[in-house]
Design a protein around this ligand. Structure first.
Ligand code: FES
Length: 362
């Protein structure tokens, strides 16, 4: 299948980061600094992205502000006509560094928060004093007039504070907030037993989000990403494999999603050896699960096959050992039992007690 040009590029500039979140979407094996693409290589890649028809570039990491050449890359993206978004923890941002990025033409900032409670945030991020720096970064972005999105990754340890997260987003002047449940691959899968929320927490969060949408109206847009283990149908991961999105790792490997390197027996193309256009259109990796021809049953005869595109390949691999299996989140998958087992472990691990009752005959 041939694909139209991708819409977005996630540029993972570095895996270096002052934080250590246990649900990070980076791979378990992190890339060393001396393997990172040079400034010149990124400039060429940005030109190739624009020529391919990409509209948006998300500068990400690790912490992208750990790269000293970030303003230069942003300026180049702006000149190439790319809309630029900075995905940052905010802990390295100050008035001066933000001014340089704004001057270079940065369009948007997405700031990640680990919690609203500073102590809990430190337990997740592993960095002392991170929360006040993030709050300050948010204030600087809003003061500058740049649109700000806050991102909260939700899990069992912070789900009860979603109402306070939404209030903080409004108070800081964010235009958008993402209440995004942890996705379970890479570090998230490794820590799943501690992170998966209970059904009760999920229901409470859904209610909170619905009420907040009423309360805040157009002042604050709320994106809600559910933990798909609780769903009956899989998510259309990345909008379909190799259809809308590409991801470049710090050393230049080009991937259809951030977890694709977990797939065994595949050659990962790199911008050091081929153009983005060739990789997008011709590489084996991008064609592997593009469209519907690769699909097994029950996906192949499912009327949702061009809606969810078979779900997430990396989740299928992580949970069944086969990247070409149906995503086991799907109720029609013969592997759904592995997802239900994880859920019953969490929900059965007792929030409720069986009280001793005298005279019950036991
Ligand atoms: Fe790789 Fe979903 S994360 S396909």
């Amino acid at each position: 299948m041939t694909a139209p040009p991708p819409m977005s590029l996630l540029a993972e500039l570095t895996h270096r980061c002052p934080l250590q979140c246990p649900y990070c979407s980076n791979p378990l094996a992190l890339e060393p600094k001396n393997n990172e693409l040079s400034t010149e290589e990124w400039l060429r890649v940005l030109d190739e992205a624009a020529a391919l028809g990409i509209l948006q570039v998300h500068f990400s990491g690790g912490e992208p502000m750990a790269r000293k050449d970030l303003p230069e890359l942003v300026r180049h993206a702006a000149r190439a006509g790319l809309y630029s978004n900075l995905i940052t923890s905010g802990v390295l941002m100050d008035r001066d560094s933000l001014a340089k990025l704004a001057d270079a033409g940065l369009d948007h900032v997405q700031l990640s928060f680990q919690d609203v409670d500073p102590k809990q945030a430190e337990i997740i991020g592993g960095m002392k004093g991170a929360q006040p720096r993030k709050i300050e970064a948010a204030r600087l972005v809003v003061e500058d007039g740049m649109p700000l999105t806050l991102n909260f990754v939700i899990h069992r340890l912070n789900a009860d504070r979603v109402p306070a997260m939404l209030d903080l987003a409004e108070e800081l002047g964010a235009r958008r907030v993402e209440i995004a449940h942890t996705q379970y691959y890479g570090w998230g899968l490794k820590n799943r037993a501690a992170l998966l929320p209970t059904r009760q927490q999920l229901e409470a969060t859904e209610k909170t989000v619905a009420e907040a949408r009423e309360k805040f109206g157009s002042r604050l847009a709320i994106d809600f990403v559910t933990p798909d283990y609780y769903a009956d149908e899989p998510k259309p991961c990345m909008g379909g494999w190799g259809q809308r999105f590409l991801n470049i790792t710090p050393s230049g490997r080009v991937l259809p999603c951030h977890a694709a390197e977990t797939i065994p027996g595949v050659v990962f193309p790199t911008v050091r050896e081929a153009s983005l256009k060739d990789i997008w259109e011709k590489s084996k990796l991008f064609q592997m699960f593009r469209g519907v021809d690769w699909m097994p049953e029950p996906c192949r005869s499912c009327d949702r096959k061009e809606i969810d595109w078979g779900g997430c390949r990396c989740q299928a691999l992580a949970l069944t050992g086969r990247a070409d299996a149906a995503d086991p989140v799907c109720r029609r998958s013969s592997d759904r039992g592995v997802v239900d087992a994880a859920l019953s472990e969490i929900n059965g691990s007792s929030d409720s007690f069986v009280y001793r009752r005298y005279g019950s005959g036991e």
